[in-house]
Design a protein around this ligand. Structure first.
Ligand code: SAH
Ligand code: MG
Length: 214
């Protein structure tokens, strides 16, 4: 689109205001550089979830609990289990869940998602898996946790377009180049996965939606 930035602003301005509690978390994220989901991305995800009506969601990458709490609020009948390895963020997320009185719906696990499979499994199976953690590990998260999906399960994977860098021809930094290569490999692997239909939504930082084939 020609004026992509303006269109994005236009959509953002149309989105109704969140509650004070959520606006405070959004503000905290800006001030402390916490990469919570972008507004249009989370609103799109929430709408897809309202259509799917999951009873249990597994999130990989809690950060400070923003997306987990928003999903829980949008789906009052749904439980959200979320994993975070960073202690400070996990603690902040716990505090946010407490403040918003959501501890009956949101359960937080502190640990590296590559190591806490056994703890997570006790809460499964899950109707939705939402992967939003270290981009270099996406394939591993997908392989480990897609096994805990219920038969009608859907997998959402965030940040798969990485600020559009996946479509950039020349990247100077070597580290960045490697990460982008990993993301692109994951995207190809995911799109070719024989067990899933996947569509890529260019909202937020890029959201892949994978549905188990019948
Ligand atoms: N879903 C959140 C944002 C998550 S940001 C929201 O939109 O509100 C990504 C988070 O994943 C970071 O806080 C990071 O510490 C965490 N993370 C990265 N790799 C992880 C891993 N292997 N296990 C658990 N958490 C991880
Ligand atoms: Mg993200």
């Amino acid at each position: 689109m020609q004026n992509e930035e303006q269109v994005l602003k236009y959509i953002e301005n149309l989105i109704p205001d969140r509650s004070e509690a959520f606006k405070e978390i959004e503000q905290y994220a800006v001030e402390h550089d916490v990469p919570i989901m972008e507004l249009v991305g989370i609103e799109t995800l929430l709408q897809l979830l309202r259509m799917h009506q999951p009873k249990k969601i597994l999130e990989i990458g809690t950060a400070i609990g923003y997306s987990a709490l928003r999903m829980a609020e949008a789906l009052p009948e749904c439980k959200v289990v979320s994993v975070e390895r960073d202690e400070q963020r996990h603690n902040k997320a716990l505090a946010n869940v407490e403040t918003m009185n959501m501890s009956s719906q949101v359960f937080l696990i502190k640990g590296d998602a590559l190591e806490v499979e056994h703890l997570v499994r006790e809460h499964g199976p899950f109707d939705v898996l939402f992967i939003d953690a270290a981009k270099s590990q996406y394939r591993k998260f997908f392989d480990i946790y897609s096994k805990m999906l219920s038969p009608n399960g859907v997998i959402f994977t965030d940040n798969i377009l990485f600020h559009g860098l996946v479509a950039e021809e020349k990247i100077e930094s070597r580290n960045l180049r490697q990460l982008i290569r990993k993301i692109k490999e994951f995207n190809i692997w995911l799109m070719e996965h024989p067990d899933y239909h996947t569509a890529i939504m260019p909202v937020g930082d890029g959201l892949a939606i994978s549905k188990k084939r019948g």
